[in-house]
Design a protein around this ligand. Structure first.
Ligand code: GLA
Length: 392
């Protein structure tokens, strides 16, 4: 499993080479996340249960004299630049730089002056993997551009979400940016997406959390995401004919849903059933984690996967294969898809002593079936975004 690929001194070196500079850039880090349960519940104001990862996006920044915000992406080996004075009115370019400029634009709308600077970004979070490489880039950019200017953690997360929904144009919920900001070592974050408050839940020590990257991302992703958002809204409208006080699927308890589900048309009814049951599963998983009930946690993982597979219809063949194969391996408590869907990663709860066999067996089975090398990431909960000490 890959160790950290980027260390702060390397990004400083890269910064100096790229920008022909001797300055001491500030270095910032913002992690990706793996969601343990509660998928597509965030924009329905329910609960989610992610952990922030050690894999992160790094940003090195220093003020410059050239009047522009100049951004270099190590991963794409591309530079994008824009006059600092034009940022407030910037328009999306439909490329990677939108994540950075979207954040700069939102900061400027929030009254933070964006002064000319060089910014170098490099990420360990694999793109298209469902581990939130976009939020890691947005939040790394936000903390780098803020520097010593203060903004509350919640405002930083909300600003990142606005950059993604309003500038990049994906109507995402708050989970990814929130997890990147509020991550904590050894803990999962139970986020209430309505109150925007959270609770840290310590995970049992005797279980490994392993993400398995299917290396596929089906194109459907963004359009299907919008479609699901719309279908959930349609379910809410149907439920309002029975109870006008319902504002979102968060307001619908599993018991009430049972009673009124026949008043919702078939497709939105299944979407709602997933959202309402997965929100409940977040609470159940947190309780099972506190009780160190690993088989119970595993069963919730599998139930969540089946719900995404059949009711929310966001899984795909390769991911179902990874889940179905994993749960038959001894020492695996449970497996499910994580993230937006249509590919990306599964997340698995594995007894630590079974982790090697799990990896070897699943890797071989997937290679034989799909001719692809799945990647395995050991997910240790890590701290949220912040400035790094580069002295050492
Ligand atoms: C993407 C979005 C999140 C969330 C997940 C699904 O990662 O950015 O807001 O909706 O999908 O749980």
């Amino acid at each position: 499993m890959p160790a950290l690929a980027i260390i702060p001194s390397e990004i400083v070196k890269l910064f100096r080479e790229r920008f022909h500079s001797n300055s001491e850039p500030g270095v910032y880090r913002a992690p990706g996340r793996v969601n343990l349960i509660g998928e597509h519940t965030d924009y329905n104001l329910g609960y989610v249960f992610p952990i922030a990862l050690e894999m992160a996006c790094y940003a090195a920044i220093a003020p410059a004299e050239h009047g522009r915000l100049r951004v270099y992406s190590r991963d794409l080996n591309e530079t994008y630049e824009i006059e600092a004075s034009a940022i407030a009115h910037a328009k999306p370019q439909h490329q990677w730089s939108d994540y950075v400029i979207g954040v700069a634009c939102e900061l400027s709308k929030a009254g933070i002056e964006i002064t000319p600077a060089d910014l170098c970004v490099a990420s360990e979070v694999p793109t298209g993997s469902g581990l939130s490489s976009s939020a890691a880039l947005e939040i790394a950019t936000a903390v780098a551009l803020l520097g010593s200017q203060s903004m509350s953690k919640l405002d930083i997360a909300l600003l990142g979400q606005r950059a993604e929904s309003q500038f990049v144009g994906v109507p995402c919920g708050i989970m990814d940016q929130y997890a990147s900001v509020f991550g904590r070592e050894q803990a999962a974050i139970q986020i209430d997406c309505r109150s925007l408050q959270h609770e840290y839940v310590r995970l049992p020590d005797d279980v490994s959390i392993v993400a398995v990257n299917s290396m596929v991302k089906h194109e459907l992703g963004t359009s299907a995401y919008r479609e699901r958002v719309a279908e959930c809204q349609e379910a809410v409208r149907a439920i309002q004919t029975v109870n006008p006080n319902v504002q979102s699927l968060r307001d619908v308890s599993p018991g009430f849903f049972e009673q009124i589900q026949n008043s919702i048309p078939e497709v939105p009814r299944r979407r709602a059933r997933h959202v309402i049951s997965d929100t409940q599963r977040v609470l159940d998983l947190a309780a099972a984690a506190r009780a160190r009930d690993l088989p119970g946690m595993g069963r919730l993982f599998v139930a969540s996967h089946r719900s995404m597979q059949h009711d929310y219809e966001i899984s795909c063949e390769e991911i179902d294969f990874l889940v179905d194969t994993a749960i038959d391996i001894p020492g695996v408590y449970g497996a499910r898809m994580t993230g937006g869907g249509f590919g990306g990663c599964t997340v698995n709860l594995v007894a630590p002593e079974a982790a090697d066999t799990f990896r070897q067996y699943l890797h071989t089975a997937y290679l034989e079936r799909y001719g692809k090398d799945a990647a395995f990431y050991n997910c240790k909960p890590a701290a949220g975004a912040g400035r790094m000490d580069v002295s050492g």
